[in-house]
Design a protein around this ligand. Structure first.
Ligand code: 0L1
Ligand code: MG
Length: 255
């Protein structure tokens, strides 16, 4: 049987010290339900150190990523306030194992949301939307893992940066976006890559994450998921994402 507490300590220490670890599934089978228990306990360590819950990230939200991992369901992870990076600021490369960055759309909730909700109901709970980027940093060696491993490791979430918030009064189902590194386009895509429409990701967050978290709370952020492949970060890079009709967000990478 999996020792949930011990596994949670292992992923928490790996994240805190930016140290690569072996996949749990290399040594023993691990179920999805157990993996979410490990995730919850590992985040409890952060909360005990004074961090506070800031929301939820949705992962594997594009067909391409689902196919890569061989699954048909999205996954989720927890966001804390300490994971948020200053928009236009810098991240320290040495605090991560092998960080990648991906362009996302963020939702800010003004009302709680949980369980089975329609897209219209989900939208009614949204205060604002913003361009965003998530830093994913699998703690597993060589960024290799099985589904349960990645869930236990907070679905690879390790940081996020949010651009200016604006009213959610436009159709976000198919907005063009570009991610640039030092002014050169590295990824080009559309918000339609996020489950066909990113609002579906918020619906999934309410259904999948809501029950474990006592509902998604007003004031929380929901990252809808990567809209393109992720880019591996290197020192000296300035990464900027622009989403059509929504805005821009950027970050620099330092030592
Ligand atoms: O946010 C994501 O879609 C990433 C989820 C985990 C898979 C990965 O780390 O690439
Ligand atoms: Mg993501």
């Amino acid at each position: 049987m999996t020792d949930i507490a011990k596994s949670a300590e292992i992923v928490d220490t790996a994240a805190r010290t930016a140290t690569a670890i072996a996949q749990f599934t290399d040594s023993a089978p691990l179920g999805v339900a157990e993996a979410y228990q490990i995730q919850a306990k590992s985040i409890d360590h952060r909360l005990a150190r004074g961090e506070t819950m800031a929301g939820v990230k949705m992962g594997l939200t594009s067909r391409a990523k689902m196919a890569q991992v061989g699954v048909h369901e999205v996954i989720w992870g927890r966001l804390t306030d300490a994971m948020r990076l200053e928009e236009g600021g810098a991240l320290s490369r040495k605090r991560y194992v092998h960080p990648r960055i991906e362009p996302e759309l963020a939702y800010l909730l003004k009302a709680p949301l949980a369980g089975e909700v329609s897209a219209a109901e989900a939208l009614c709970a949204v205060e604002a939307i913003a361009p965003a980027m998530e830093i994913i940093d699998s703690r597993y060696r060589n960024f290799k893992f099985a589904l349960a491993d990645v869930i236990a490791d907070n679905s690879s979430s390790s940081g996020f940066v949010i651009g200016p918030w604006s009213r959610p009064d436009r159709d976000c189902s198919n907005l063009g976006l570009v991610m640039e590194v030092n002014g050169r386009t590295v990824e080009l895509g559309s918000t339609a890559a996020i489950l066909g429409d990113p609002i579906r990701s918020l619906v999934a967050a309410a259904r999948l994450a809501g029950p474990s978290l006592g509902g998604l709370k007003a004031g929380w952020i929901v990252l809808a998921g990567g809209a393109t492949a992720a880019h591996s970060l290197a020192v000296g890079e300035h990464v900027r994402t622009v989403i059509q009709n929504v805005g821009a967000v950027s970050i620099r990478v330092e030592e």
